[in-house]
Structure formats: structure tokens, C-alpha cells
Design a protein around this ligand. Structure first.
Ligand SMILES: [Zn+2]
Ligand SMILES: [Zn+2]
Length: 293
């Protein structure tokens, strides 16, 4: 899992490669700055032993399910504050939603754990309705605000993982759906979690969202020319999609998270074909052309 300094350097490099996105993707620079500065004392770290982790993975249960984190609200605020400010600047509606979120957070009505998709399931949808915040916005805030504490939380169990222990579409650590796919030199298809930084592998011909394995209903859209190596993998049963990169062609591609953030044009294509993505993206909040500045 790349450190925050690596991610920041890769992001700089990506914006040099794709200068047209510098303004519309400005928010991610703010996110990376907040992550880079974040170093609170006493962040909880999960200390499960290897046998217990293996037992859970063999049973197809992500480790978070029986070992949910309890994060201190104050320690997460420095991650949320700068991002909320940027989100509020997207428009009047967003500003109101962000202020409702901030109010609920300050009053203690919102526990950080209640935002985690792997723990709350349907509860998160109710949370978004009760707060009057769109599910997309709430999800975006969750992903940018909780990644560093989740990385720290799973820091000791992540090295215990090996892909042969896990055969599920969702993240073995936090149970979130995958955000990006990498076709690696070893021919394996690796999935990445944008919420906790987890990484695992499942079969090439398999939808991570509904487990469809029928090649006739799995669609791969491959980009061409300068974009060669970039992919959209979509499922015609559940209509979910995930972007990806074939690293055998594009050996100099950045980390999955950076490539995901830096390819909003591929999300536009997938959405245009009627597919949905399971993890938040800026494109759901601010489609191209609607971002001020
Ligand atoms: Zn995860
Ligand atoms: Zn599917």
C-alpha cells in the first residue's frame, strides 16, 4: 500500500500528464494534503492474530465485521474539515448538505463507524435520508475522511493477507466494494479498496458486485491510442462497472487510487452507457462542466 507522500507525488505527476483536469480535480489535492498532514496520537490498531484472520477470511467474512473500529471523532476532524469546505463550494445544494453533516457531526449524532459501508449496510442509506444528504455525498465524505484511520487500523492485519485465502468480490478488511482493477504482470486481476487501501484478487471473468461469471454478460470496454491500457469492466446483469488498467501495457501507471481519481472521462463513458459505480467519485457530485473555477 503506497504511503501518502507517494500518492501525492503520483497525483502531481498525473496532473502533469492530464493538465485539462487540473481545475476540476483540484479537490483531490486538498484531500492528499489533509492525509499527508494527519498524524494524531493513539489511533486504534487492530491486533488480531494470524490464525484468527485466516479463519475469518476462509469463512468469507471481512475482518471488520467482528472487530469494528471505534475512532475518536476529534482525531478525524482535521481530515474532514478542509474537504467539507471544498465540497461546500461546489454549489448551494452541496453547501446546505455539508452544513447539515457538520451539525450532526458536532452534535455527536453521527458516529464515524456508522458511515462504514461494510458495517452499516442499509443503515447508511437511512443515515443519508435522516441527514438530508445525498448518499453520494455522504459516501464521498466517508471515503476521504476515513481512509487514513482505516489504513492505520488494518496496518497490522494487512501483511497477514494472501490472495488464496479470499474468494469474495468485496474487501477482505473493511468489506467495501472494490474501486479499481489492475491486470498485473502475473496475469492476475487485482482489486483495490479505496476506503482502506486493501487489495485482493478474484478471477478475470467475474463481476465483483453480483458474482456473475457468464462471459456473455460481462463487458470490457478498452480505451485506444493514447489511452491504451485503460479499461472499463462492466456487468450487464447488475449494471455495475469498475475502471481498471492493464499494467502489462501501461507499466508506468500510478497507484490504483490515483488512476481512479485521474480518469473521470472513463466514468463519463460508463455512465453514458447506463452503468453505475459502487464507490464514490467526484463525477457523481460535480459532473464535468459544473465545477466552479
Ligand atoms: Zn477495504
Ligand atoms: Zn454484476
Amino acid at each position: 500500500m503506497p504511503g501518502h507522500a507517494t500518492l501525492a507525488a503520483e497525483w502531481e505527476d498525473l496532473l502533469t500528464r492530464r493538465p485539462a483536469f487540473q481545475d476540476s480535480l483540484h479537490l483531490f489535492g486538498v484531500v492528499l494534503d489533509a492525509w499527508g498532514r494527519w498524524a494524531p496520537p493513539g489511533i486504534p490498531v487492530l491486533g488480531l492474530d494470524e490464525d484468527e484472520c485466516r479463519r475469518r477470511w476462509h469463512a468469507g467474512v471481512a475482518v471488520i465485521v467482528s472487530s469494528p473500529p471505534a475512532f475518536d471523532r476529534d482525531s478525524i476532524e482535521p481530515l474532514l474539515a478542509p474537504v467539507l469546505q471544498e465540497l461546500a463550494a461546489l454549489g448551494e445544494e452541496e453547501a446546505q448538505a455539508v452544513s447539515r453533516f457538520a451539525e450532526a457531526w458536532d452534535e455527536g449524532r453521527l458516529a464515524p463507524e456508522s458511515l462504514l459501508p461494510g458495517l452499516s449496510g442499509e443503515g447508511r442509506r437511512r443515515e443519508s435520508e435522516a441527514l438530508g444528504i445525498s448518499a453520494d455525498l455522504l459516501s464521498f465524505i466517508t471515503y476521504v475522511g476515513l481512509r487514513p484511520p482505516l489504513e492505520a487500523y488494518f496496518g497490522r492485519v494487512q501483511p497477514l493477507f494472501s490472495p488464496d485465502l479470499w474468494d469474495v468480490g468485496a474487501c477482505p478488511f473493511c468489506s467495501a466494494p472494490p474501486a479499481f482493477a489492475d491486470l498485473a504482470d502475473d496475469g492476475k486481476r487485482w482489486l483495490s479498496c479505496a476506503l482502506c487501501g486493501g487489495r485482493w484478487s478474484i478471477g478475470r471473468l467475474r463481476c465483483p458486485f453480483c458474482d456473475n461469471r457468464d462471459a456473455r454478460t460481462l463487458t470490457r470496454l478498452a480505451a485506444e491510442e493514447q489511452e491504451e491500457g485503460y479499461l472499463i469492466e462492466a456487468c450487464d446483469v447488475c449494471r455495475g462497472y469498475i475502471k481498471g488498467v492493464d499494467r502489462r501495457v501501461r507499466w508506468n501507471a500510478a497507484s490504483a487510487l490515483i488512476e481512479d481519481w485521474g480518469t473521470p472521462h472513463l466514468d463519463v463513458i460508463a455512465r453514458g452507457k447506463g452503468y453505475w459505480r459502487a464507490t464514490p467519485s467526484l463525477i457523481q457530485l460535480a459532473p464535468p462542466g459544473s465545477t466552479p473555477g
